[in-house]
Write a protein that binds this ligand. Structure first.
Ligand code: ADP
Length: 403
């Protein structure tokens, strides 16, 4: 029999599981879906078989991740793509926090699970759900390689000067406090794709990647290696995001506790879930914010300006970190779709060689494309991210080596 070529990618959140089944012979998608609101009465599974274009939806309680994954396996089986298929080579899992230990995608064994578990204190929201996903998938197919692909791995090349906070290193090390960065799978994929768009090898170019989704982060990628990124110990640091504040004076927290009488839980919720664009104007969707600005809404306009100001500061900072920049790449929901954000972020940076061609910027398209003027010194690109493909590619590369 020929070698198995399919990879199932699982992204297990606290109450959801997203999945895609890919065939690595041509990176095509065979099926994709999402289970939402796991553990509630109103759980929902939405499954699409991409071969037939069939979409099926089920509503009703799905008690836990085990039940969710079994339901997903059932849907895949109905399309002849079940987990028992000999064509399935591996399952690739997104794991948010790999700390310093995991610098590469890793085949899961008991030791790997223990290490991911040890990282829970620095990723209390994400790693437990990721672990549950891996354990459940392992129980369903104990013989199949399971690969963990870490959001932090791409950033482990950051030099200590960028990764360390300026606090006592003994205290920092005792509590594993340092800048880890996130969205690494996306930064890795997009920086490589940008090099490809320029007809270069990643080792020949310096790229600033701006991943602007609901969560948002920037990275400075020097010759294919990450040298700085805007998220830190947790995804809270850096850019203004949909609901996260990004950078602020740490004393704001002491002030809210001492003077505002807020508990640590309340401050955590405020900064992670009720800040950013949402906190500033009540909306975290850039489409809605632009619509409100067009209607003359001042809160929305100020939220947009604060968002852009922070973004511009990071572009300038990473320009300085890199010294020379070959390309700036916009990606994720906002970066791929919001032309006004791309234009505003680069306005006034012409002397750095950065500019957006208005006509190219206005074109909507699915693929990677350049939006800088023909003669520009620095390329500006829109590069759709594809974290599932990157996880599948890394998983398959690793499992291939083991075969
Ligand atoms: P995440 O994966 O972090 O949830 P996405 O990368 O899917 O986020 O981005 C979601 C965000 O993208 C939305 O909150 C919205 O602000 C923005 N977005 C999506 N489509 C558009 C669009 N057509 N124009 C402007 N913004 C968009």
């Amino acid at each position: 029999m020929s070698n198995p070529t399919r990879v199932l990618v699982l992204n297990s959140g606290s109450s959801s599981v997203k999945y895609q089944l890919l065939d690595m012979r041509d990176s095509s998608r065979l099926a994709a879906g999402l289970v939402e609101r796991i553990g509630e009465q109103t759980s929902r599974l939405r499954h699409t078989c991409l071969g037939t274009g069939d979409t099926r939806e089920h509503s009703g309680p799905i008690a836990d991740h085990d039940a969710a994954l079994k339901a997903v396996a059932g849907e895949l089986s109905r399309d002849g793509l079940g987990l028992d298929s000999p064509e399935l080579a591996a399952i690739g899992h997104r794991v948010v926090h790999g700390g310093l230990f995991f610098t590469q995608p890793t085949v899961v064994d008991d030791e790997v699970l223990t290490e991911i578990e040890r990282l829970i204190p620095v990723a209390p929201l994400h790693n437990p759900a990721n672990l549950t996903g891996i354990r459940t998938a392992r129980a369903l197919r104990p013989d199949l390689p399971q690969v963990a692909v870490f959001d932090t791995a791409f950033h482990t090349t950051m030099p200590e000067s960028a990764a360390r906070y300026a606090i006592d290193p003994r205290i920092a090390d005792r509590h594993r406090i340092r800048r880890y960065g996130f969205h690494g799978t996306s930064h890795a994929y997009v920086s490589r794709e940008t090099a490809r768009l320029l007809g270069k090898d990643p080792s020949e170019v310096n790229v600033i990647v701006l991943h602007l989704g609901n969560g948002a982060s920037a990275s400075a990628v020097e010759k294919g290696r990450c040298v700085d990124t805007s998220m830190g110990l947790t995804p809270l640091e850096g850019l203004v995001m949909g609901t996260r504040s990004g950078d602020l004076d740490p004393a704001v927290i002491f002030h809210l506790a001492r003077v505002g009488g807020m508990s640590m839980e309340e401050i955590d919720t405020l900064l992670n879930k009720r800040s950013g664009l949402f906190g500033l104007c009540g909306d975290n969707d850039m489409r809605e914010i632009r619509r409100r600005i067009d209607e003359g809404d001042e809160d929305a306009a100020l939220a947009f300006d604060i968002y852009i100001h922070r973004l511009k500061k990071y572009i300038g900072a990473y320009y300085a970190v890199l010294g020379t920049v070959d390309a700036v790449a916009f990606t994720a929901g906002v970066g791929e779709n919001a032309a006004p954000v791309r234009e505003a972020a680069l306005t006034g940076l012409e002397s750095l060689g950065l500019a957006v061609d208005p006509e190219r910027n206005a074109v909507r398209g699915d693929g990677s494309r350049l939006i800088s003027p023909e003669s520009a010194r620095v390329a500006v690109a829109v590069v759709p991210t594809d974290e599932e493909l990157e996880i599948a590619t890394q998983t398959y590369a690793l499992v291939g080596k083991h075969n």
